[in-house]
Design a protein around this ligand. Structure first.
Ligand SMILES: CC(C)(COP(=O)(O)OP(=O)(O)OC[C@H]1O[C@@H](n2cnc3c(N)ncnc32)[C@H](O)[C@@H]1OP(=O)(O)O)[C@@H](O)C(=O)NCCC(=O)NCCS
Length: 380
């Protein structure tokens, strides 16, 4: 295709489906006057006042739980943390240098063999089981692979998912501040309209495939650095610099080479990512608690430079990096933590897609050769 043809092509104009409304949803609204709302509730109110399980309930059941319902729900999740023996066996066979996102994909896919979706184990039961089991399964593998074959007990008494995860990771209960920071982070990552992984899940669900297939596909989409993988890439970036000055000159030279600065920019927001405003304040709190603002100051210097030079703002992934790092979460577990939360948003979208299904199958603008004659292999 010629350059001219490419410039005129409608496909070029809508590259990556930017600005294309690809369907309807009642689950969340992102961008514009809504800023970010989950089922009509502002992300700021939810992050400040709710706990993650309330948000999971809101997304999966369509409304906020009462105190009694929340208690019951948390207990229900707590009782589903243990791992089937066959899953432990599989986790022990995964190479220790595997990326933890590949482990999340395998956990999901393998659980689909052991506990397939059925009338008895319906979509909401599968969603809750994955939500309850992900931290246990991920950290069972992590300790086995990285601590000389250590087989941890994947069940804890922790009340919620945030403290269950941190307790299993560190082998001790988290501080109240870390528990709250992880809760806030899980709330911020829970749902975000038609992002790439959610859309992938909806496309798979629209073929009437099963729940596990839709989530496995979504994990694959989330893994890339243009999407969920950006939080790991952002950590890799900020940890390169010791001082704000070093960060400014380092990022300037990256920009001169037209490199992408991970954790900046967004398809939907134009001036700021509301989730970043929240997580940035937590990054600062944790830095102050740790008595070192080094990473935070490096991050802020990059933020200022990106805005001054390119009018680009940090997205949720940028300050999530220092927040997780300050809680002692290894960098390669950042995107799996995103999965532990986003399973709720994916599930809500799979339910919504199924409730009013129509196969998602867009058309393409053909740009290949004109019709031509087939020449048999002997004559070519
Ligand atoms: C999120 C993202 C994929 C959105 O992409 P998009 O809507 O397609 O926007 P574009 O890639 O068309 O960007 C528009 C311009 O800003 C630039 N830009 C966007 N994000 C940038 C970044 N993080 N670093 C440097 N330049 C960036 C692009 O290079 C492009 O410049 P150009 O017009 O000179 O070619 C993009 O901002 C990005 O790659 N960010 C880094 C990865 C990331 O943080 N992902 C997590 C998203 S929550």
């Amino acid at each position: 295709m010629s350059t001219q043809a490419a410039a005129k092509s409608p496909a070029k104009k809508t590259g990556g489906l930017a600005g294309v409304v690809a369907g309807q949803t009642a689950i969340s609204a992102a961008g514009g006057a809504h800023n970010l709302e989950y089922r009509g509730y502002s992300i700021y109110d939810l992050a400040e006042q709710a706990e993650f399980e309330e948000i999971a309930y809101l997304l999966l059941y369509g409304r906020l739980p009462t105190l009694r319902e929340l208690k019951h729900y948390k207990n229900n999740l707590k009782n589903q943390r243990d791992l089937p023996a066959a899953l432990k066996e599989i986790l022990e066979r995964i190479p220790s240098d595997s990326h933890p996102m590949d482990v999340m994909r395998t956990i999901t896919s393998f659980l689909g063999h052991l506990e397939p979706e059925s009338k008895e184990h319906d979509q909401i039961a599968v969603a809750n089981r994955l939500l309850a089991l992900y931290p246990s399964a991920l950290l069972y593998w992590w300790h086995f692979a990285h601590n000389g074959g250590l087989r941890i007990n994947p069940v804890t008494d922790a009340e919620g998912i945030a403290d269950h995860f941190l307790t299993l990771l560190h082998g001790r209960q988290p501080s109240a501040l870390h528990r709250k920071a992880m809760n806030v982070s899980l709330i911020l990552y829970a749902e975000h309209e038609f992002n790439a992984s959610t859309f992938a899940a909806r496309v798979i669900a629209s073929t009437l495939s099963d729940f596990y297939s839709a989530v496995t596909g979504a994990i694959g989409a989330l893994r890339g650095p243009l999407h969920g993988g950006a939080n790991e890439a952002a950590m890799e970036l900020i940890s390169r610099f010791k001082t704000p000055g070093e960060a400014v000159s380092g990022v300037k030279s990256m920009m001169a080479q037209k490199q992408l600065i991970m954790g900046f920019g967004h398809r939907v927001y134009t001036e700021a990512d509301p989730r970043n405003i929240v997580i940035k304040s937590w990054s600062k709190k944790l830095s102050e608690e740790a008595g070192s603002l080094a990473l935070y100051n490096v991050s802020e210097a990059i933020e200022k430079l990106m805005w001054d030079e390119k009018k680009l703002f940090p997205n949720l992934d940028f300050y999530s990096a220092s927040t997780y790092h300050l809680m002692g979460v290894p960098t390669s577990l950042f995107t799996p933590v995103f999965v532990m939360s986003r399973i709720t948003g994916w599930a809500a979208h799979i339910f919504e897609q199924r409730a009013n299904n129509k196969l998602i199958r867009p058309s393409a603008d053909y740009t290949g050769p004109e019709k031509r004659e087939f020449i048999s292999v002997e004559k070519r």
